[in-house]
Design a protein around this ligand. Structure first.
Ligand code: SF4
Length: 454
């Protein structure tokens, strides 16, 4: 337990304690699963691949499949060329995917394997695709890896045929759960806006139990769809850190206009996504969406006294944390500690601007760790923590409720099926925040103060 975390904050150099992130390959592997018929391939040691698969499997509670180049001492010294060529042959002949999406690890990056050249020399069966992203684990985080793999999808696959628009909007959803991707697709469907979402892990890591094992479930963005994304009119990238690199690459390669929005967590960010789709296509907002928004406002009115003025500490992936900060500020909470493990100064700038505008004084850090986050909380306690499962140790040590949102959530189930984005997702987040705070009131109440109605 973290009962002994010292209160005194000191500058740590070259040391991270309890990281608030994981490594690039895991994000790349998750993005790759969002291509239909894709087998992610990890070019490095078996241990890395096992860790990444295990972590994703625990979060999604679905078996995550990926192959590995299985580096030995020899390949670690002389390079992984022959391992990768053999792997491509074996994987296509044994596991028969449509696509192999290769990510690298620290080991292959340190050796300097030229994956692009190896792919060019490899024997790739007719109609099959091999693509790759360089994902050195000592740079960035799993979000950087996700972003690099999305960019690789564009680099390898997207094409434009001059002057022909497919009339679609591309949506890059960011590192969110399949339940969130489904919700974004549902909103677009209600608006009757044709979209191409990539990557799209819905139907892959939340595939239904059919009694029959399918290595490549029905979901995922098809290669033809990603190729055709170069003919779309607009790319909406949800979350700068995970999605803008892919959108900018598509602009550079195929001149598709990019629009960078926040991950649509909360009423404001959802409004912006809907209005962007409306602006791009001239559609009307259907009553169904207006009704959902109205219900959300009603719920906010009914519940505001549960959380208004409460102090909250938020940590996790930058795009999720930025959107959550905007949302909780909008409902009158005070996010006084905000941290991400992913490096990036723009995170700090954006959060500071939001806090300043709301008149809230808070600490913000990118590239930080949970040890420091805990120290902040020790010095200035909060009523609620919002973050992934790793927050539970601080939550227990400090007796502060934790709302689990983000990646990874390893000690709860069902969450990856249910959205936190859109108006429906905002209702769910409100419910989680309210219930966590009300549960704490119940737990802390003496018998005389224990109330039926709160
Ligand atoms: S890629 Fe690097 S950080 Fe990631 S599991 Fe392998 S050794 Fe660890």
């Amino acid at each position: 337990m973290l009962n002994h975390t010292p209160k005194e904050i000191y500058e740590k150099r070259g040391l991270v304690i309890n990281p608030a992130k994981t490594c690039q390959p895991i994000g790349a592997m998750y993005a790759a699963l969002g291509i239909h018929g894709c087998l992610p391939h990890s070019h490095g040691s078996q241990g890395c691949c096992s860790y990444h698969r295990m972590h994703l499997t625990r979060h999604f509670r679905d078996p995550i499949v990926a192959s590995t180049s299985s580096f030995t001492e020899g390949s670690s010294v002389f390079g992984g060329l022959s391992n990768l060529k053999t792997a491509i042959n074996n994987v296509f002949s044994i596991y028969k995917p449509e696509v192999i999406a290769i990510n690298t690890t620290y080991l292959s990056e340190t050796i300097g394997d030229d994956i692009g050249s190896i792919i060019q020399d490899a024997e790739i069966p007719e109609g099959k695709v091999v693509l790759h992203a360089n994902t050195p684990s000592y740079v960035g985080s799993h979000i950087t890896g996700f972003s690099n793999m999305v960019k690789a999808m564009v680099t390898y696959l997207a094409k434009s045929e001059k002057g022909i628009s497919n009339g679609k909007v591309n949506i890059i959803p960011g590192f969110v759960n399949p339940g969130d991707m489904r919700e974004i697709k549902r909103i677009a469907k209600l608006l009757e806006v044709p979209i191409t979402m990539f990557p799209d892990t819905s139907g892959v890591v939340d595939s239904p139990m059919t009694g029959k094992y399918e290595m490549y479930p029905k979901g995922g963005a098809k290669v033809e769809e990603i190729t055709d994304s170069g003919n779309s009119d607009l790319t909406i990238a949800l979350g700068r850190f995970a999605s803008e690199a892919g959108a900018f690459e598509l602009e550079k390669k195929c001149k598709v206009k990019p629009s960078i929005l926040k991950t649509p967590i909360g009423i404001e960010a959802t409004d912006k996504l809907i209005m962007e789709l409306v602006k791009a296509t001239g559609v009307d907002v259907p009553y169904e969406l207006e009704e959902e928004r109205g219900q959300l406002v009603d719920i906010m009115t009914d519940t505001h006294y549960h959380y208004h003025g409460k102090r909250v500490a938020i940590f996790g992936d930058p795009d999720t944390v930025i959107a959550l900060t905007e949302f909780v500020l909008g409902i009158g909470m005070k996010p006084i500690h905000v941290l991400t493990g992913t490096p990036g100064q723009s995170f700090e700038i954006e959060i500071k601007e939001m806090l300043e505008e709301a008149g809230v004084e808070g600490r913000v850090k990118s590239g930080g760790d949970l040890f420091e986050f805990h120290q902040w909380i020790k010095n200035e306690p909060v009523d609620l923590i919002i973050g992934n499962t790793y927050g539970k140790f601080i939550s227990k040590a400090e007796d502060i409720p934790l709302v689990r949102i983000g990646f990874p959530v390893l000690d709860r189930s069902v969450h990856s099926y249910l959205p936190v984005v859109g108006y429906k997702g905002a209702m769910r987040v409100l419910e989680m925040i309210s219930n966590a705070l009300l549960d704490k009131v119940d737990i802390d109440s003496s018998d005389e103060d224990f109330e039926l109605v709160l």
